[in-house]
Design a protein around this ligand. Structure first.
Ligand code: UD1
Length: 365
């Protein structure tokens, strides 16, 4: 039995294709079984339940209900509760995805109890240790047995740390499996008409990195630059709970920027698909804009997903308000690079991963 771990919003779209492939094979007599473990890192309906429902992910078998806390509090709570579960009933493999705290905490716990770990989206690196996700990636990769990667660069990064090639599988991107599978189901959010949105006539904004949103003054400057640069077009800003706290403290007011609640998967990607451009500090969103061919401006100094820049539509602008104004000017005057689709981002990654798992776990039932 494989433990599949989810904890926070970006995990849900990454496990959906793996689970659906496992279910498909099970229906056809396949041997692999899984237990879906939700750590409870994200617990709001809008950050969690909506995604399960829209993506057809089964109800978790276990919810560790850890909730919010500091990095150490969350890590500690997840490890303690997951350890209890594994000690009662160990799986044969712990499968973690992405770079959230839940992934790292469960990987450490499993490995210390002698349960092998597979990491999906392994090997990506931003080089920025100021982001908790980078620490989570490094730690998780340091103790994983098997590595499923989204790019050749990720394989190269792993080789540099001494991982042997027979433990690495360049399979592509499960988040893109989910996007391609749902492209025709994407749906307009209810506020579309109220905000007067037109295809190609608005921006989508997402910001939630602590480095961008936790310092009120810097965040206000970023928002002012965006508000001036969008030249009267609306910008829709689905607000993450972390960001909401800072905005409330700021007494938010930036003309043209419309705050909305965190959006469910189908509504969020509908917004992205029809936007003039996306301004973000998320990593996953830059992958989705790349596949949809939508201009993307990243307000960070680095990316762990370089293929979204070299192949895709993403540009790294940093957090200087002047650079943001200049990029928006460029978008209006010259348009944006067109971009292509990275290798193996073809909607079949879940299949490849499960095929590998079957060969790695020959005796599992
Ligand atoms: C986490 C991930 C990040 C991912 C993001 C997506 C880590 C280190 N970071 O960051 O990689 O991009 O999720 O959303 O794992 N909160 C709620 N309701 C919830 C969840 C969180 O109100 O359902 C609040 C918490 O109280 C906390 C804040 O949001 O104040 C941050 O939550 P947390 O899970 O610690 O990290 P994220 O910033 O969401």
């Amino acid at each position: 039995m494989i433990d599949i771990i989810v904890g926070a919003r970006p995990n849900f779209m990454k496990v959906a294709p793996i689970i659906s492939e496992l279910e498909k094979r099970k229906a056809g007599g396949g041997r692999l079984r899984y237990r879906l473990v939700h750590t409870g890192q994200h617990y709001d309906a809008r950050m969690s339940d909506d995604f399960f429902e829209q993506l057809g992910i089964p109800h978790p078998d276990v919810n560790l209900e850890v909730g919010s806390g500091t990095q150490a509090e969350q890590t500690g709570a997840i490890m303690t509760r997951y350890e209890r579960l594994v000690m009662e009933k160990p799986g044969s493999l712990c499968l973690v995805v992405g770079d959230v705290t839940s992934s790292m905490a469960c990987a450490i716990t499993a490995q210390k109890l002698g349960v092998p770990v597979a990491h999906v989206e392994a090997g990506i690196r931003s080089g920025d240790w100021g982001m908790p996700e980078e620490i989570n990636r490094i730690v998780t990769d340091a103790i994983s047995d098997w590595f499923f990667t989204t790019s050749a660069t990720a394989n190269e990064n792993l080789i540099k740390t001494g991982v042997s090639e027979d433990r690495m599988f360049f399979v592509g991107n499960t988040m893109i499996d989910t996007l391609l599978a749902n492209m025709e189901r994407l749906r307009r959010p209810r506020f579309w008409d109220r905000l007067g949105l037109q295809p190609g006539g608005y921006f989508v904004l997402t910001l939630h990195r602590p480095s961008n949103v936790d310092q009120g003054r810097q965040f206000a400057q970023l928002l002012r630059a965006i508000s001036e640069g969008i030249r009267g077009l609306p910008a829709v800003f689905p607000v993450h709970p972390r960001t909401r706290k800072t905005l409330d403290a700021l007494g938010f007011d930036a003309p043209g920027i419309h705050l909305v609640d965190p959006q469910p998967y189908l509504e969020f990607n509908y917004l992205v698909r029809h936007a003039k451009a996306v301004i973000t500090d998320s990593g996953g969103v830059t992958e989705e804009t790349t596949v949809m061919g939508i201009p993307c401006m990243t307000l960070r100094d680095s990316t762990e997903r370089p293929e979204t820049v070299t192949t895709g539509t993403n540009e790294i602008l940093g957090v200087d308000p002047n650079a943001i104004r200049a990029a928006l000017d460029r978008l209006f005057s010259h348009g944006w690079k067109k971009g292509g689709i990275p290798e193996k981002w073809d909607g079949r990654t879940g299949e490849r991963i499960v095929a590998v798992l079957e060969s790695l776990l020959p005796n599992d039932a």
